[in-house]
Design a protein around this ligand. Structure first.
Ligand code: NAD
Ligand code: DAU
Length: 361
């Protein structure tokens, strides 16, 4: 493969994708990342002597910077991970979500369009822009409703989901109007190493290690479709190489526990691998105020990518959770680096005094 310009590569999925791509010697990577609170410099530390990896701090909304990077490095692919990604934060402060996810994606597309126009015909033939989006654009399912397919109408419910839906529409429009060779992935909840501990799974592991409450919104009956991040990275490279230009691909993990079942499973694994003599982690489970507009259920039908590109998830929820928990226990320093004033302020803002100020373990 030629070079890939990755945006948002210092966040959770982006860093896993870059490490996956470099370990497979798939392509040289240029990573453009603004380095918001959600990024962690330690995630890509192991690439510091890798000559096939280049980092540039910057904003996807800076089209001058993006165009100059494109002209300088001449990548064959652009993979756009950059986004504000946390639903709860979008409820408190939607502005940043509109700025990066909508305006930023627009500016990025403008730069890519200008670059694409300068390419020779055979370069144009091979160029791809892959946009990483979410299943949340489809809204919420009731019990028994069929899983989201690529044809499910968009019905986003949170400012985050609405901003991602807008970005998907822009990507679609740039394909139809300007002939930009785009691809879009709509993916379910990822989990695995290097995820910021504001999202459910790493938050529960982080709090459990610190013997703090495990806050479950509402009754814990909401359902997500959990996908191990490395399975997603494999899907991304397949779609990039073999996806049909202009198409969208739904990706899911085939695991749909309730939140309470999931957190209980994490506690059971922790009881096994990090036992405490005086209590079980389950005793830390605490029910807290529900998320406003909380989507009840997500479930993704991934039969299109399975049938056309031969992809399916390889990790079960149990094997994926065990790998994830092991990674966090082996990388306590990484977790420590996520802690900041911003993190403490966020915890107080979102959870009130349920959890108190997050302490370092
Ligand atoms: P993340 O929040 O962990 O990382 C986002 C990264 O983007 C960070 O490194 C951040 O610094 C960077 N960034 C933010 N604004 C930027 C800007 N304006 N310019 C350049 N960089 C910027 O997110 P994630 O969980 O890795 O998600 C990656 C993408 O996948 C997002 O687009 C998200 O919507 C999508 N997605 C995530 C999930 C999931 O479960 N995490 C599921 C489906 C889709
Ligand atoms: O579906 C894909 C989406 O998954 C991605 O597009 C988003 O970027 C990603 O953040 C994720 O969104 P969710 O809102 O589903 O993920 P989160 O980890 O925030 O929450 C998962 C479920 O757990 C959800 O039902 C809310 C619940 N929850 C979450 C937190 C943080 C709790 O019960 N307690 C919590 O403290």
């Amino acid at each position: 493969m030629g070079k890939i310009l990755v945006t948002g590569g210092s966040g959770f999925i982006g860093s896993n994708f870059i490490l996956y791509a470099r370990s497979q010697e798939m392509a040289e990577i240029i990573n453009l990342d603004k380095l918001t609170y959600a990024s962690n410099p330690k995630s890509l530390e192991q690439l510091k002597n890798d000559t096939g990896y280049i980092f540039q701090q910057g904003d996807i909304g800076n089209s001058t910077l993006v165009l100059s990077l494109l002209r300088q490095h001449q990548p064959q692919y652009v993979v756009n991970f950059a986004a504000e990604s946390h639903v709860d934060r979008s409820i408190f402060s939607p502005q940043e979500f509109i700025q990066t996810n909508v305006v930023g994606t627009f500016q990025l597309l403008e730069a890519v369009r200008a670059f694409y126009q300068e390419l020779l015909p055979d370069q144009k033939e091979n160029f791809r822009f892959l946009h990483i989006s979410t299943d949340e654009v489809y809204g919420s399912l009731q019990a028994g409703e069929p899983a989201f397919s690529e044809n499910t109408p968009y019905a986003p419910n949170s400012p985050y989901a609405a901003s991602k839906a807008s970005s998907d529409h822009l990507v679609r429009a740039y394909h139809h109007t300007y002939g930009l060779p785009t691809l879009t992935i709509n993916c379910s909840n990822n989990y695995g190493p290097r995820q910021f501990p504001e999202k459910l799974i790493p938050l529960m592991i982080f709090n459990a290690i610190n013997q703090k409450p495990l806050p479950i919104y509402g009754s814990g009956e909401n359902i997500r479709d959990w996908l191990y991040v490395e399975d997603h990275c494999r899907a991304i490279s397949l779609v990039l190489l073999k996806g049909k230009v202009g198409d969208t691909y739904n990706i899911g993990g085939g695991n749909q526990p309730t939140n309470l079942e999931l957190v209980t499973q994490i506690c059971t694994i922790l009881d096994e691998v990090l036992p405490r003599s005086n209590f079980s982690y389950q005793s830390l489970i605490t029910f807290v105020k529900d998320r406003p507009g909380h989507d009840y259920r997500y479930c993704v039908n991934f039969s299109k990518i399975k049938q056309t590109l031969g992809w399916e998830p390889t990790e079960t929820l149990d094997s994926g959770l065990r790998k994830t928990i092991r990674w966090y226990l082996d990388n306590l320093e990484w977790l420590r680096q996520c802690k900041s004033q911003n993190y403490d302020d966020w915890v107080v803002k979102n959870y009130g005094d349920t959890m108190g100020k997050g302490e370092s373990h």
